[in-house]
Ligand binder design. Structure first.
Ligand code: PLP
Length: 290
């Protein structure tokens, strides 16, 4: 297994936050690894260990043209001696994106699929989904959503010793949000959807977490028009934060999480003295799509 050190927690320099007497820290999971960074390593570590325990020699998973998940799985597979297959929602005749070129370079077999088939794959959650024709394979559903992925995210709690009133994180499948909600029962977790039409996640995650775990919410208003779309506000805010701080923010996920925080700070949604933790989930490779 890859052995990674805990990621640091840093203070975010941000005039808007200090003007509102809110302290904002950032957990730099983007620094966990140069490729398998951010929530990718958190979500994959127990899944890959499980694949090895089950004597599986191949990981099959799915993602889009610029998927951080496919990118991380391809690299981790190479490092751990596992074959990998990526089912990609794209046409085979389209030129490969830099993300998919990396995946191929690291030995991932790419299989292109139609939108309709992709949606069907999305429904499949069981690890042995491909066993009929590929008995040694281990299936990872989109974004790796699973109990083991959530368990991996929960390990973040071992690295955080202060109390935070709010933890803000970008949201795709919601696995990272679920892990945080379970691991930090005394914090309110704000998941910021990176794409439009994410309202369904509220029901889906409620079903998954059960009604006893209710310290979370999904912000569906800061996707800037859809997945990988940006806005002037988003770009200006990222520029301002990057000038004052040592981190980079991808506009696809983490930029939107900060945008949601910015609008809460501006509207006075948090009372003075509250403490906020941003989880940096990595994803810088994905900015090549912009
Ligand atoms: C950089 C980044 N941040 C956040 C997310 C969302 O994570 P989750 O699918 O666990 O909600 C993703 C997608 O997996 C991602 O690539």
């Amino acid at each position: 297994m890859l052995k990674l050190k805990p990621s640091p927690i840093q203070k975010v320099q941000w005039q808007l936050a200090s003007d509102n007497s809110i302290s904002v820290d950032i957990k730099r999971d983007d620094l966990l690894h140069s490729v398998v960074s951010g929530n990718k390593w958190r979500k994959l570590k127990y899944l890959l260990a499980d694949a090895k325990d089950k004597q599986c020699s191949k990981i099959i998973t799915m993602g889009g043209n610029w998927s951080n998940h496919l990118h991380a799985v391809a690299y981790a597979g190479k490092e751990l001696g596992l074959k990998t297959t990526g089912i990609v929602r794209a046409h085979a005749e389209q030129a490969l994106t830099p993300t998919l070129k990396d995946c191929e370079l690291w030995g991932m077999e790419l299989r292109f699929t139609t939108r309709k088939e992709y949606v069907e794959y999305r429904e499949q959650k069981a690890w042995d989904f491909f066993h009929n024709n590929q008995p040694n394979s281990y299936w990872l559903s989109e974004g790796g959503f699973s109990e083991l992925a959530i368990k991996g995210v929960m390990d973040i709690a071992d690295e955080v010793d202060k109390h935070y009133d709010y933890i803000v994180v970008a949201c795709g499948s919601g696995a990272t949000l679920c892990g945080l909600a379970k691991a930090f029962p005394k914090s309110q977790i704000i998941g910021v959807a990176a794409f439009s039409g994410a309202e369904y996640l509220r029901d889906e995650l409620t079903q998954h977490l059960g009604s006893n775990i209710d310290n979370w919410e999904i912000d569906t208003k800061h996707h800037c028009g859809g997945f990988a779309k940006t806005s002037k506000d988003l770009e200006d805010m990222i520029e301002e934060l990057e000038q004052l701080n040592s981190f980079k923010l991808d506009p696809v996920y983490n930029g939107k999480a900060f945008l949601a925080l910015q609008s809460r700070l501006k509207s006075g949604a948090f009372s003075k003295g509250k403490r906020v933790l941003m989880l940096h989930t990595g994803g810088i490779q994905g900015t090549r799509c912009l």
